[in-house]
Design a protein around this ligand. Structure first.
Ligand SMILES: C[S@@+](CC[C@H](N)C(=O)[O-])C[C@H]1O[C@@H](n2cnc3c(N)ncnc32)[C@H](O)[C@@H]1O
Length: 435
């Protein structure tokens, strides 16, 4: 049986899933109480993209061998992949039991760390990564986890130590080098940041993230935020976004814009492209319309939240700059982009494309954080890493692109930040009818 299990494992590894399933079914007929068969069932089902099957196999493995730590951790991983709150809590409990049973098993620790990171259990992730680093001091992955976790807690000094240790293991590792640079930026250690940025750009000259960090280190304003900065922020934020932003920070822009759209289209007959749709708050305030609402967002987790409302017809998990570039002309009666251009920055590729995509007479409605007197037309604010725009410059860009009826509504409180209102403005610009 052991030899057969190894063979099935190899089949799964080689992607020969049908053969592996047939072999496992045969093995189960021969030895119906052998937990190893169900253990392989977890791996097979996960590989086949069947998370429910993986969890079911894990539960059967554990029922047959309740103190088998490897089955515990594998079930934990399968539950964590499903990602629900209860599943993550159960996965973390299983990981704790498994690590307690086999503290020296590095493979189990690796899986436990993955579970802890999915469950956002920082304390466990740190403890297990430290245990992993003690077991395997030359394994860079533990130093990277420790760096990442301390950085998330904004403990840049400790994070930097671990990124340094990671870079000592592999001097070319981009995650270690970027982590070092981000920590130097967080610690406002400009001299170190500039030296690290220089070393990075020499190694990875074409990398968008490196170019972004290099510009920050030199006090320049990068034109836009790289996609991974946005996805990592919003994938983590998605589940608590609505509650935090609307209730906590008194964010009212989607409600205001829904009202505007319904005034412009009282018969509700229009197609809408919602760029940076997030959790779909605009759709919620609009309610069903007699047309399509298409949502674009880089964060799949935000899209998952938006999809629950069943108001949007379709979503595209892409950069809104790419969506703007690739959408054919004269397509929508309305385009919205609410609280998203603060992450996009430079509007040069945005405004002319929005004009092109709109049908004649259509409206582009978007919000910006307001740059104040004395700030440049486009300012990247620290430490928020969000862009603020000057209303006069935005108005000029809209006019130069060919928009008409450009209205700028000042919003004294886009939302709250640090208990103070954050000023912004809402732009409504119409595409002229053909002359
Ligand atoms: C603050 S939320 C606002 C969401 C929604 N528009 C609202 O008003 O509730 C910003 C959203 O824009 C998305 N986003 C930021 N930059 C983006 C980009 N370049 N392409 C696509 N989505 C982007 C983020 O993922 C996030 O979901």
């Amino acid at each position: 049986m052991a030899a057969e299990m190894r063979r099935v494992h190899q089949l799964i590894g080689a992607g020969r899933l049908q053969e592996a399933a047939t072999a496992l079914n045969a093995a189960q007929r021969t030895a119906p109480r052998d937990a190893r068969i169900f253990m392989l069932g977890i791996i097979l089902a996960s590989r086949a993209g069947n998370p429910d099957g993986a969890v079911a196999a894990g539960r059967r493995a554990l029922a047959l061998a309740p103190r088998w730590h490897a089955a515990m951790i594998e079930l934990g991983l399968a539950l964590a992949r499903k990602g629900g709150k209860d599943e993550l809590a159960e996965a973390l409990a299983l990981a704790k039991s498994a690590v307690a049973l086999a503290p020296q098993d590095a493979g189990a620790l690796d899986r436990a760390i993955a579970i802890a990171e999915s469950a956002k259990a920082a304390q466990e992730a740190l403890a297990w990564a430290e245990a992993g680093a003690r077991l395997r001091p030359d394994d860079i992955r533990y130093q990277l986890v420790l760096g990442r976790q301390h950085e998330r807690q904004k403990d840049f000094a400790r994070a930097r130590e671990h990124y340094r240790a990671a870079a000592a293991i592999d001097p070319d590792n981009p995650l270690a080098l970027q982590g070092l640079l981000r920590c130097s930026l967080g610690l406002e250690d400009t001299q170190a940041a500039q030296a690290q940025a220089q070393a990075l750009i020499e190694r990875f000259p074409g990398d968008a993230m490196v170019r972004y960090l290099h510009a920050l280190a030199h006090g320049q304003t990068p034109p836009t935020q790289p996609a991974p900065v946005i996805t990592s922020l919003f994938d983590q934020y998605a589940e608590r976004f609505d509650l935090h932003l609307v209730r906590g920070l008194k964010y009212k822009v989607p409600e205001r814009v829904a009202q505007k759209l319904l005034e412009l289209h009282p018969d509700k007959k229009f197609n809408l492209l919602d760029l940076g749709c997030g959790t779909g708050l605009l759709g919620v305030y609009l309610g069903p319309i007699d047309g399509f609402i298409i949502g674009v967002d880089l964060s799949r987790k935000m899209i998952e939240q938006a999809a629950r409302h069943r108001i949007y017809a379709r979503f595209h998990a892409v950069n809104l700059l790419d969506a703007l570039r690739d959408t054919p002309a004269d397509h929508y009666e309305a385009i919205t982009c609410l609280d998203a251009l603060i992450y996009v920055g430079d509007l040069t590729p945005v405004i002319p494309n929005a004009l092109r995509i709109l049908k004649p007479g259509g409206h582009f409605i978007f919000s910006c954080e307001a740059a104040q007197e004395g700030e440049p037309d486009l300012a990247l604010r620290r430490p928020s890493s969000r862009y603020a725009h000057r209303d006069t410059a935005v108005e000029r860009q809209c006019r130069q692109a060919g928009f008409a009826d450009i209205q700028i509504e000042q919003l004294p409180a886009l939302r709250m930040e640090n208990d103070a209102p954050l000023p912004g403005f809402l732009v409504t610009a119409r595409k002229p009818f053909a002359a």
